[in-house]
Structure formats: structure tokens, C-alpha cells
Design a protein around this ligand. Structure first.
Ligand SMILES: [Zn+2]
Length: 381
């Protein structure tokens, strides 16, 4: 058929018969099953059968199935999305991994207003490439108020203002995952007016490794950072260091499980990283817990897992995300030459794997350029 390549791929859509999907149209956003898919030369139609999943639907929305239809021209089908033409402004997202990732996050958001939940849902979906500030701020505000974190005895639940990550602005960055912020604020806690390398140990060490000098250039070069645990760790015993490695394994497991379920999944789906560097055992444990295929990751601590660098990945949200593993590059590791060598090697191989070049202001990830102005003020509110 002439011009067939520009028209929706009917077999790609027909294969979705009976599958779970996420449907968005106007104010409605539902978790549904798609049925009765019919594709003719002129049009496409299907039936949307909503499921009663928490966190979806505006108040009072129906659970009755309804028909959708669109002209073939203008409609689009990709491997994981189907959208109507100009007069059929809906989109349907498919993919077992994506739906399985989003449904529990939306259930977590159940208590929030539906407008906010809809914005969060859009940020979780694989398109478009922009992450607007609202949903990101929402994630961080929710995290600041998380009752489970606030009563966790392993945490000191207090940070100076402006300590949470800036908005990533767009999807597809290279994501560094560290352990927990220190009480002084950590990587993202920079003065509003001067973007200096300042006092934070991790930030100082990272900038040395990356050849960068400011959080602004870190953002411009396509990198991003989140902390596995969202609050500073409390001292466990007298004289013991405040680190994940000093915690009892039962505490490590509880903290990781909560961080992943309540916070990290939503952050990672929103950031949609092109690659992850897990720095330290907390980050590695979280990546294992996030992956929908944890058997694909080696057991053991960072020292063991890093031997497979270059071949590791996690599967999440319907994507395969390349993973590298290294020790946490803080002063106490960087001062020991054997550990510093390991960390430099792992950084080199991670950055080479993704063809990252700090001299290029735009790292080749998809989507338009991010705004140059940081928004510390709003991001930390
Ligand atoms: Zn929490």
C-alpha cells in the first residue's frame, strides 16, 4: 500500500489485544485492558475496559468500558504507545514492565489531588522528554513529609533548606546514585547565589573525578544525582561511623525496601536515566530491589559486583538500564590509594560506556536542551 510506512503499524497494535495499558485523555487517566482492537484502511477502534486501580481516574469517573476510534491518518503506533489523531486527543501506553512499574506508584499517590496525580503520571511515562518542575517538586515535597522516614530511628530527619535535587528538566540523564545526604545538606545544597564546590565532601570528590567545577556544569553535562536514603544516617553505636555499611543487615534491608518502594522507583521512572552508576552498597542494594529482573545482577557487595561492570543492567519500567557499580567516592575512600584507583577505573568505564565527554556541554541524550537557570529555590520548597 503506498505511503503505508507513515501509517500506524496495525500488527503492532493488534498484538496488544487483551493487554494492560495506561490510558490518558483530557482529565481521565486510567489503568485499563484494551480489547476489540479493529484496524481498517480508514480507521482504528478499540474498547477501553478500565480497572479499579487506586491512584488512577478523576473522582466520579466511570468503570464502564467505552469505545475509542480514530482515523488512521494522524494516529500513531509505536512499540509502546498509541495515540489518536488531531481530533482524538488520547494516548495509550503499553508494556508489561512499564505498567507494572507505574501501577504501584500511582497507588502510593492515592491520597493526593487528581490534578497532581495526573501531572505525576505524565512525568512517569516514557514520553515526552521534558520533566516539568511541578511533578519533580511534588516527589521531593512528598519525600520531605514521608511519615515512615520521619519516624525512622536510623535517620536524623533534618536537613538545611535547598538540600533536595534540582529538577532534572529532562529525561535520559546519566544518573549517579549515592548513599544518604550528610546533616550539612550534601551534594545539592549549594548557596542560591554562588554555585561553588563548597564544603560537601562527596561533591568535591565527584567534581575532581569528573573535571567539573559547579552543580550548573554538572547539570549541563547531562549528569544527575540522587541519594538512596533520603535523610542523614544516625550514629549507630558509640564510635561507629555513620554509614550504611555500619548498619545491621536487618536495618539495611528495611531502609532499602522503604526507599525503593516509596521514593526511588518514582524518581528513577521520572528521570528515565540512560545509565546508572551505583556508588556504594546502599545504591547497589536499591538497584537490585528496583530491577524487575534482580537475578540478572550478581550477589555480593560492590567490590564483587563491580567486576561485571560493562555488562550489568537493571530492567525497570519496560527498559533495560545499563548499570555500573563502584565504591562511594568520599574522602575516606579516596585517601586510600587502592580504593581511589578502583573508583577512578569504574568512573572511566562508566563514562566511556556512555560516550560522556565533559567538554561538550550537551551530552547526546534525547530531548531539547534544558534551561540553564537552576531553580534551587523552588526545587527545595
Ligand atoms: Zn520515606
Amino acid at each position: 500500500m503506498p505511503g503505508a510506512t507513515s501509517l500506524p503499524n496495525e500488527s503492532a497494535l493488534s498484538r496488544r489485544e487483551g493487554e494492560e495499558c495506561i490510558y490518558i485523555e483530557g482529565d481521565a487517566f486510567v489503568h485499563a485492558i484494551i480489547r476489540d482492537i479493529s484496524v481498517t484502511d480508514e480507521s482504528i477502534s478499540a474498547e477501553i475496559c478500565p480497572r479499579d486501580s487506586s491512584g488512577f481516574r478523576p473522582p466520579g469517573a466511570t468503570l464502564q468500558p467505552w469505545k475509542i476510534g480514530t482515523r488512521r491518518e494522524g494516529a500513531g503506533v509505536t512499540s509502546d504507545e498509541f495515540h489518536g489523531g488531531p481530533y482524538a486527543p488520547w494516548s495509550i501506553y503499553f508494556g508489561e514492565g512499564l505498567v507494572a512499574a507505574i501501577v504501584p506508584i500511582m497507588a502510593e499517590l492515592e491520597g493526593h489531588g487528581w490534578l497532581w496525580r495526573k501531572a505525576a503520571l505524565r512525568a512517569l511515562l516514557p514520553t515526552p522528554g521534558i520533566v516539568s518542575d511541578g511533578p519533580w517538586r511534588g516527589i521531593q515535597t512528598r519525600l520531605d513529609r514521608c511519615a515512615v522516614c520521619l519516624r525512622e530511628t536510623c535517620f536524623v530527619p533534618s536537613l538545611p533548606g535547598h538540600s533536595r535535587p534540582w529538577s532534572p528538566s529532562r529525561k535520559g540523564r546519566l544518573l549517579l546514585v549515592s548513599e544518604a545526604p550528610p546533616e550539612s545538606g550534601g551534594f545539592w545544597h549549594v548557596s542560591q547565589h554562588k554555585d561553588s564546590t563548597g564544603e560537601d565532601d562527596l561533591r568535591t570528590q565527584l567534581f575532581k573525578l569528573l573535571g567539573l567545577d559547579a552543580v550548573g556544569s554538572f547539570m549541563a553535562s547531562g549528569l544527575f544525582l540522587i541519594q538512596t536514603l533520603k535523610w542523614p544516617l544516625a550514629a549507630t553505636r558509640k564510635g561507629a561511623g555513620r554509614s550504611f555499611n555500619h548498619l545491621r543487615s536487618v536495618d539495611q534491608a528495611r531502609l532499602t525496601e522503604h526507599a525503593v518502594t516509596a521514593h526511588l522507583r518514582q524518581e528513577i521512572l521520572t528521570i528515565a536515566p540512560a545509565g546508572i552508576l551505583a556508588m556504594g552498597n546502599a545504591a547497589l542494594a536499591a538497584c537490585r530491589a528496583i530491577s524487575q529482573d534482580p537475578a540478572g545482577l550478581p550477589n555480593g557487595r560492590v567490590e564483587k559486583a563491580r567486576e561485571a561492570n560493562g555488562r550489568l543492567s537493571i530492567r525497570y519500567g519496560g527498559r533495560e538500564i545499563p548499570l555500573d557499580v563502584t565504591l562511594l567516592p568520599v574522602g575516606q575512600n579516596m585517601r586510600l590509594s587502592n580504593r581511589a584507583i578502583i573508583i577512578r577505573q569504574d568512573f572511566d568505564s562508566f563514562l566511556r560506556r556512555h560516550a560522556w565527554d565533559p567538554r561538550k556541554r550537551s551530552w547526546p541524550y534525547s530531548g531539547p536542551a534544558p534551561a540553564d537557570t537552576p531553580h534551587t529555590e523552588e526545587a527545595a520548597q
